[in-house]
Design a protein around this ligand. Structure first.
Ligand code: APR
Ligand code: PHB
Length: 390
């Protein structure tokens, strides 16, 4: 088979790029290891920067997001029971975020690909990369017992953190930066009314908690837990009891509880791989970088990669201009590192760190005091939360 752009991974990054390129008549194929049902069964974050929402509209996938997503122009930070609002709109000249689940967004992208007759091949395995440094790279993959070959101009590694693309970059070229945090997030989804109309990030002596939502009848809550905990350690009752202890009194009293429809633990990690391009292989999204979920920058960091790649490819195919592709790694990484900084900072501000000493505790307390005493600090938080420009 021959195509212009071979995309590994049918998560939001791969699908979004495929859809944008197809709309411009740029032929591409997406290879996904899992079934569509499996991909749509994964529960991930649910806050979209306004720039990401815009890209969904450019991809002609924004209708349901615009109809069902909720515009939030603020959120709360609680500290030991005292809740204060971050006025996102007020500090950013009217910007906001869209609360819309990544699962729904991925469903919209799949539907759009299907409608356009996009080539998305599921249940493939054993992707191998060849001649990445040449003008005629190709890849092979296995589907059932068959080995297939795809020749293309460019290969996009949008295959998540565990995918093979990043590993195709030679070790003496690739540099990896990583920070692992000494805790995870236990997340629960429940068919209950969200306790607050806006998200609450709550710092308490018992550890961090987050009240989020997918809709007015679907809540998403998280609590910080030790890395040694497993889902089996947490009955629904134990989860709700602990969550209440970490929320302000009014929210603890008002919290509507119910059976969990999903419960999982995710460790927290910061990770960046540089460069994001090797020959004609381009990495995008989780394949190149991971953030801890505090601040919901995972999907949004992927969005800026896709934006730069899309514009780079457009300039290449429409005008023969390769500047955008040549600058891809540098430009994408500049924004990636800013999202890394913000996610690391918000994680540091709000969690209980088991190994902190008295000085560290004072710094964390002062960080919070400074935030709420300074319009400049609040503006910095707000402009990062709604998303830095692409
Ligand atoms: N071959 C083909 N596909 C693969 C392979 C492989 N060997 N390995 C992994 N994949 C697929 C995964 O099954 C997954 O569907 O690549 C896809 C990568 O999707 P994501 O992990 O969702 O990564 P990405 O599309 O970059 O999305 C960005 O935003 O909220 C964050 O981390 C969250 O997934 C999220 C990310
Ligand atoms: C979520 O709704 O899953 C969510 C929201 C905000 C975050 C992280 C996760 O910072």
């Amino acid at each position: 088979m021959k195509t212009k752009v071979g995309i590994i991974g049918g998560g939001p990054s791969g699908l979004m790029l495929s859809q944008l390129l197809d709309l411009q008549g740029i032929d591409n194929i997406v290879l996904e290891r899992q079934s569509r049902e499996y991909v749509l069964g994964r529960i991930r974050a649910g806050v979209l920067e306004h720039g990401f929402a815009k890209l969904m509209r450019v991809a002609k996938c924004g209708d349901r997001m615009d109809a069902e997503g909720e515009l939030h122009d603020g959120f709360f930070i609680a500290e030991n029971g005292v809740k204060r609002r971050i006025d996102l709109a007020g500090h950013t000249g009217g910007n906001s975020v869209v609360v819309y689940g990544q699962t729904e967004l991925t469903r919209d992208l799949y539907e759009a690909r299907e409608k356009m007759g996009g080539n998305v091949i599921h249940n493939i395995d054993d992707v191998e990369f060849f001649d990445l440094k040449s003008d005629a790279p190709y890849l092979t993959y296995k589907r059932g017992d068959e080995i297939n070959r795809i020749d293309c101009d460019f290969i996009i590694g949008a295959d998540g953190f565990h995918g093979p693309s990043r590993k195709a970059i030679p070790k003496d070229v690739l540099r990896e930066y990583e920070k692992v945090y000494p805790f995870g997030w236990l997340g629960v989804m429940s068919q209950t009314k969200p306790v607050s109309p806006e998200l609450i990030y709550s710092k308490s002596n018992r550890g961090f908690a987050l009240c989020s939502m997918r809709s007015q009848v679907l809540s998403r809550y998280y609590i910080q837990v030790p890395l040694t905990d497993t889902v089996d350690d947490w009955s629904d009752d134990a989860f709700w009891a602990e969550l209440k202890l970490r929320l302000p009194t009014a929210e603890a009293a008002a919290l509507e509880t119910g059976p969990s429809i999903e419960k999982s633990i995710a460790p927290l990690r910061s990770f960046v791989a540089e460069p994001m391009r090797y020959g004609n292989l381009f990495l995008a999204g989780d394949a190149a970088h991971i953030v801890p979920p505090t601040g919901a920058k995972g999907l949004n960091s992927a969005a800026s990669d896709i934006y730069y790649l899309y514009h780079g490819m457009l300039a290449h195919y429409k005008n023969g201009d390769d500047t955008g592709l040549e600058q891809y790694s540098e430009k994408a990484l500049a924004r990636v590192w800013k999202a890394q900084r913000f996610s690391w900072w918000m994680t540091s501000l709000l969690h209980t760190f088991p190994d902190n000493n008295a000085f560290d505790d004072k710094m964390q307390k002062t960080d919070m005091e400074y935030l709420f005493s300074s319009e400049a600090a609040l503006t910095s938080l707000a402009e990062n939360y709604v998303g830095l420009p692409f």
